[in-house]
Design a binder for this molecule. Structure first.
Ligand SMILES: Cc1ncc(COP(=O)(O)O)c(C=O)c1O
Length: 198
């Protein structure tokens, strides 16, 4: 969808690859030449330290993989209690069991079973919720504070990561998400500080 519909050059690229490779796996230390080339290109485009790429079959498995990597990281450090994931209440993260647990909206949580003990939701930074007279900046700071408070409430020693969609789309089609500050920037310092206390 993101690349448009019925693009002949995409169809040809896919057909070319299928003709060359009937089966491939990117598990463990295996890869294929086009996957390695794409990983190289993505590493060049991504900010400095982001030089490792894991490919998934789609958005949901990408989300699951990212969370599993965060869990793996803390397991390797011996910080076994760092499991909790914080997500936005209105977010949509996909259809696998973990991704649908991260997805906050009601129907998902009542019509199916979810892995509740792993995920906590916080209010979505939705500009509709902004109180009259609150500036964009103040609203953004209030949203960052909600995240910080949730980390403190859960105990940073129990929090593995937070997952955020930069722009909310699938779940509510509101398109009014307040842009939170970049994870590494000064605006997110309170959140980083809260996390590092764990
Ligand atoms: C933000 C976000 N994450 C994950 C997904 C799930 O992707 P997929 O349907 O490819 O599994 C979607 C799908 O719309 C999405 O919008």
């Amino acid at each position: 969808m993101n690349i448009g519909y019925g693009r002949a050059e995409m169809a040809e690229a896919i057909a070319d690859q299928i003709k060359q490779l009937s089966y491939g796996s990117t598990f463990w230390d295996k890869t294929t030449i086009p996957a390695a080339q794409l990983a190289d290109k993505l590493a060049q485009l991504a900010p400095a330290q982001l030089n490792h790429v894991v490919f998934a079959q789609g958005g949901s498995t990408g989300v699951d993989t990212a969370i599993r990597l965060a869990h793996y990281y803390f397991q390797r450090l011996g910080q076994h209690s760092k499991k909790k994931i914080i997500a936005f209440g209105d977010a949509y993260h996909g259809g696998t069991l973990l991704a649908s647990t991260l997805t906050g909206y009601e129907h998902n949580r009542t019509a199916f079973h979810v892995i509740d003990d792993l995920v906590d939701h916080i209010p979505t930074p939705n500009a509709y919720r902004r109180a009259d007279g609150l500036s964009d900046l103040d609203f953004r700071e209030a949203c960052v504070a909600e995240l910080e408070h949730k980390i403190v409430e859960l105990g940073p020693e129990n929090v593995a990561c937070c997952i955020m969609e930069p722009i909310l789309g699938t779940a509510r089609l509101r398109g009014t998400t307040a842009r939170l500050p970049p994870a590494g920037g000064p605006g997110m310092r309170p959140v980083r500080r809260a996390l590092h206390r764990g």
